[in-house]
Design a protein around this ligand. Structure first.
Ligand code: SF4
Length: 335
């Protein structure tokens, strides 16, 4: 390891502050194992050995947006669309609770079928289960976010994706980075716990722009930050991008842990889609959250944001207990 890398890791571990240039040095490390180790130490010190499980219910794959990297974009006519009705979403949440989950994450494309009234009904029914509720349903108005909060939602996930304005407008047509940032500010202002994050490995994305993304997430500051490695989907117009985005995602995640020692960081499903041991490696490099799929098996193959997603043929119950086995095998505990 280079001397400047050792000094930077020591500085990050002590102060939890790095400049953009210093973050770049860590993202460029040839052998990043000391970075992962350092993030793991910080995780142990600030968070301990507990791993939070969040049950993910993907309730609709309809989306009015056209993000160029996403298999669910509205212009992709090859995907079979589905919606789960409110009563069935509530049933799935009850089932997830019976498997021991303490948090439900409701995720969908931006689907206007679920009006504010429908969502408020779903949220308030799920909150009767005495369980935390996270929404991940995209860009809404301040009033809509407020209505969901008043209905009982606790947390909101909305990835910034990238803070590079040019990249953002190229890959997210008819959307604006400015509005995305405004959504995050509104969610924060309304008192939600804020989850955000980025994609790692978009074509023409630079490490410099990723360093800026990391500092943006710290400036909010977010309560949770998730990294999704870019995985090329053949039914999208985007070009393929070359690189080891699994390792890049791990590096970003580790730097986030060093800079924001107490936040929640998920070991994402996409990381395991690129590496069969991806979630465990992530948990050993700074992560402390896993979001197992609690959607019924029949729908899973249609929620294909990227191809090669894991656990498509598994049931909610199987996923719950499979992940428990993996987590306890590295002597971590579910909390
Ligand atoms: S990334 Fe989200 S908002 Fe964009 S097309 Fe996919 S599901 Fe819709």
């Amino acid at each position: 390891m280079e001397k400047d890398e050792i000094l930077l890791l020591e500085k990050a571990e002590k102060t939890h502050n790095l400049s953009e240039e210093e973050i770049l040095v860590l993202l460029k490390m040839q052998d990043a194992s000391p970075l992962f180790k350092c993030a793991d130490n910080v995780r142990k010190l600030y968070i301990g050995g507990g791993v939070h499980l969040r049950a993910l219910i993907e309730f609709s794959n309809y989306c009015k947006r056209n993000c160029l990297y996403c298999g669910l974009r509205c212009e992709n006519k090859k995907v079979q669309r589905y919606r789960i009705e409110p009563e069935s979403i509530i049933e799935l949440a009850k089932k997830a609770k019976s498997y021991g989950y303490k948090t439900i994450v409701l995720q969908s494309g931006e689907d206007a079928y679920y009006s504010v009234e429908k969502l408020a009904f779903i949220i308030s029914e799920i909150k009767k289960l005495d369980i935390a509720l996270t929404l991940s349903i995209g860009e809404k108005t301040y009033e809509e976010y407020k209505a969901y909060k008043e209905a009982g939602a606790d947390r909101y996930l909305i990835r910034i994706e990238t803070t590079d304005e040019k990249l953002y407008s190229k890959f997210n047509p008819q959307m604006s980075l400015k509005n995305r940032m405004l959504c995050i500010e509104n969610i924060k202002r309304l008192g939600y716990e804020v989850g955000s994050g980025i994609i790692a490995g978009l074509p023409r994305q630079t490490l410099e722009s990723i360093a800026k993304d990391i500092l943006y997430l710290k400036s909010i500051p977010v309560d949770m930050a998730g990294i999704g490695p870019f995985i090329y989907h053949p039914d999208t117009p985007i070009e393929k991008s070359e690189g080891n985005f699994f390792e890049l995602s791990l590096k970003i995640m580790a730097v986030l842990r060093l800079l924001m020692p107490s936040i929640n960081i998920p070991a994402t499903t996409a990381m395991e889609s690129l590496n069969p041991n991806g979630r465990i490696l992530a948990l050993q490099s700074g992560a402390n959250v896993v979001m197992p799929n609690a959607t019924e098996t029949v729908y899973r193959k249609f929620y294909e944001i990227y191809p090669g997603k894991i656990c498509l043929g598994d049931s909610p119950k199987h996923c719950r207990f499979c992940i428990e086995g993996k987590i306890t095998s590295i002597e971590r505990t579910i909390i």
